[in-house]
Design a protein around this ligand. Structure first.
Ligand code: GLN
Length: 308
């Protein structure tokens, strides 16, 4: 299979549709991003890398970071984390507060904002906020094998100043006793993890362990056990696109995690890790063209986990 030809073709056929969707503007700094960009990168389990479009342009990974933070929290606290966060799709917006009241401050899953904030609280245990931010940045650099990855301070500051909904979620959970640290400290970590900037190439490399049974086939290191990788993929498939998770499974059929920066990390287990980026979002906050590109890729490669 000529993967380079396939992604070149996808980038070309989407060229006229660049700019589709709506850039996230509730974080003022993200509203400044040029919507006419599209990038795709694919790293295969045998270490080959294929890129097309703006695959070398760094973007704000936003909620894609929740995959890396969850991996860290599982490493630290093990399966005990499931006492404080669920594993069910929410069927609601990524920043919804509705179910939190019904479920006594226990978020439905680690990929909606409330769940990711609890996960941050777990990673923060025994650390100062700066150390926890350093820990996630180091982890992402390690996974991507790239020391140049950094946090976009302007994006982190922008969200710190305007993230009122996340403050509400965090305070609400604290009132139920499901946050153990000061709200400002937990959110400081959360906003900085979301502001990590990466290129499609770096992101596809960082996700490779999830395509390779928890093992990094290029460095040879074991990142997580095969069972844990399988479970993270399951959560990405069922919860990674918020209220669009069913539709993403229907059209693409791969575990995936989106972010409001327009990035999506998708995993083809046993085959490849794929990152796409295009800033315009669809109605549920997932990259509009990114989703289309992955649908095309899954159709052309037969990689859907549900069959060819
Ligand atoms: N930082 C964003 C927020 O909390 C992340 C949301 C997302 O990417 N879906 O609103």
């Amino acid at each position: 299979m000529d993967l380079q030809a396939i992604i070149d073709d996808i980038a070309l056929s989407l060229a006229e549709r660049r700019g589709e969707g709506k850039v996230a503007d509730y974080i003022p700094e993200l509203a400044k991003v040029d919507p006419n960009q599209f990038g795709i990168a694919l790293t295969t389990v045998d270490g080959q890398v294929f890129t097309a479009g703006d695959a070398a342009t760094p973007f704000s990974i936003q909620s894609v970071s929740k995959v890396f933070m969850l991996t860290l929290a599982l490493g630290k606290a093990g399966e005990g984390i499931w006492k404080r966060v669920g594993r069910e799709p929410s069927g609601s917006a990524f920043n919804s507060i509705v179910q939190l009241e019904q479920e006594h401050g226990i978020p439905r899953n680690p990929f909606i904002n409330a769940g990711a904030i609890v996960v941050c609280d777990m990673v923060l245990a025994g650390h100062k906020p700066k150390e926890a931010i350093g820990e996630v940045l180091r982890f992402v650099r390690y996974l991507a094998d790239d020391e140049t990855i950094s946090i976009d301070r302007a994006v982190a500051k922008s969200e710190t100043q305007t993230g009122f909904r996340n403050h509400a979620l965090a305070n609400f959970m604290r009132s139920f006793g499901n946050l153990h640290h000061e709200v400002d400290h937990v959110l400081g970590v959360y906003f900085h993890q979301c502001a990590i900037a990466m290129t499609c190439r770096q992101l596809s490399r960082a996700g490779l362990f999830l395509a390779a049974h928890g093992h990094d086939p290029i460095s040879g290191y074991s990142v997580v056990s095969p069972k844990r990788a399988r479970r993270i993929n399951a959560l990405m498939l069922t919860c990674g696109h918020y209220d669009g998770s069913g539709d993403f499974a229907f059209h693409v059929g791969l575990p995936g995690k989106s972010g409001v920066g327009g990035g999506i990390l998708a995993i083809a287990p046993g085959k490849a890790s794929i990152a796409v980026w295009s800033p315009g979002l669809n109605k549920v906050g997932n990259s509009a063209l990114g989703s289309v590109a992955l649908e095309m890729l899954a159709a052309r490669t037969g990689w859907s986990v549900f069959g060819t």
